[in-house]
Every structure is written in structure tokens, then in C-alpha cells.
Design a protein around this ligand. Structure first.
Ligand SMILES: [Mg+2]
Length: 116
């Protein structure tokens, strides 16, 4: 897709979900093991490794973006596979994160639930 085509495609959550759902249906993921959670975890780990490789090997930004997109598609698909509302979970978590304080840990900002 060129930039014009991308600009014309809606970027709403529902459109993204519909596209990933269609991808799952096209390849019959549910019937052919593509929605099995252990397999999906392995696939997500693989993509995370590819993201790491972009950083450690100094690959160009468009390659990094492609690998992050791979992971995003898998994450959206995992919501489909496990039948939960990822949009809801995203906003619930963002609400929670918005209430947390950040803390510097070893020179880097960390926003987490610190329990000590
Ligand atoms: Mg990849």
C-alpha cells in the first residue's frame, strides 16, 4: 500500500480487528492450530527477538516498524484467539498507568506497581 492508500484506510480499532480476524479466517487459524496459545507465545517471542535484532544490529527504522507491526498483529490476533476484548483491556490498563508515579531505576524511568 502506498501512503495515499494507507491514509484512506481507517485506523480505527474495529477496522484493525476486522483485518486481523479476516487474516485468521483466510488461513483457518482456529482449525489449524494458529490460535493455540503456546504456539502464539512462541510466535510473539520470535517477533520480539526480531525487534531486538533491529536494535542490536542497528537495522533501519522501517525494518523496526515492520517487526513491531508483526508483533501488534499477533497481539490483536491473540485477543481474537483467546476471546477477550483487547481494546477494553488496553483502556483499562491505560487508566491504571495514568494514576501511577514514575520512578528512576538504574538511570531509567519505570512506571510500575512498586511493592517493597
Ligand atoms: Mg517479523
Amino acid at each position: 500500500m502506498n501512503q495515499n492508500q494507507i491514509d484512506q484506510v481507517s485506523d480505527s480499532w474495529n477496522d484493525m480487528l476486522t483485518a486481523v480476524r479476516a487474516f485468521h479466517e483466510k488461513h483457518a487459524f482456529r482449525e489449524r492450530g494458529g490460535e493455540e496459545m503456546t504456539y502464539r507465545i512462541a510466535l510473539m517471542s520470535e517477533e520480539l527477538g526480531e525487534i531486538a535484532e533491529c536494535v542490536t544490529k542497528g537495522k533501519p527504522k522501517d525494518k523496526l516498524a515492520e517487526e513491531v507491526a508483526d508483533l501488534l498483529i499477533l497481539l490483536i490476533g491473540t485477543g481474537i484467539a483467546a476471546d477477550f476484548d483487547l481494546r477494553r483491556a488496553f483502556w483499562d490498563k491505560m487508566d491504571l498507568l495514568a494514576k501511577r508515579e514514575g520512578r528512576m531505576v538504574n538511570g531509567r524511568i519505570r512506571v510500575s506497581e512498586f511493592r517493597e
